[in-house]
Design a protein around this ligand. Structure first.
Ligand code: 5GP
Ligand code: ZN
Length: 139
């Protein structure tokens, strides 16, 4: 057994409810779902989080995204769906093998609580412009 939980799921050492796999990715049901159909899509290669992925690895992973999202939509008819991907403990990452959450949304009583507080007092249009300029330079 290797030390990564999700690598052990891919190699079959830890059981999982697999829903899809191809050469590059593996998708399986989350063990503590916040909504009906909550599942995870992971690369077969071990990458800690988004910072470690190559463009090709990211492309290979996202190629599977519409297929999985549409399967969830067709089977369970959610009212909406969040795709969520946490990087680092401050962002809520608890398993350090890249994973994309698919969270179908049904109604206000589902288990995914979303808090979104725009910081409009400090992040003014002028500040935003400066940040964009920094990023344009970097990219
Ligand atoms: P994170 O907080 O890192 O974005 O999410 C990790 C997710 O992995 C959690 O939703 C958690 O329920 C799920 N998870 C952790 N361990 C296992 C496991 O052994 N099997 C499955 N199927 N999911 C797991
Ligand atoms: Zn791993």
């Amino acid at each position: 057994m290797v030390s990564c939980i999700f690598c052990n799921i891919i190699n079959g050492t830890i059981p999982s409810e697999k829903v899809y796999e191809d050469e590059h990715v593996y998708a399986f049901m989350d063990i503590t779902p916040v909504a009906k159909g909550h599942l995870l899509l992971i690369p077969k290669v071990h990458r800690e989080n988004v910072y470690d992925m190559t463009e090709d690895e990211a492309a290979n992973l996202f190629r599977a995204v519409p297929k999985i999202a549409n399967a969830l939509k067709a089977e369970f008819q959610p009212a909406g769906m969040n795709l969520l991907q946490n990087n680092g403990s401050h962002a809520g990452q608890t398993v350090y093998h890249f994973h994309l959450h698919f969270i179908p949304r049904y109604d206000e009583k589902d288990g995914f609580v979303w808090t979104w507080n725009p910081q409009v007092d400090t992040l003014t249009p002028e500040v935003i412009g400066g940040l964009a300029s920094q990023l344009r330079e970097r990219l």
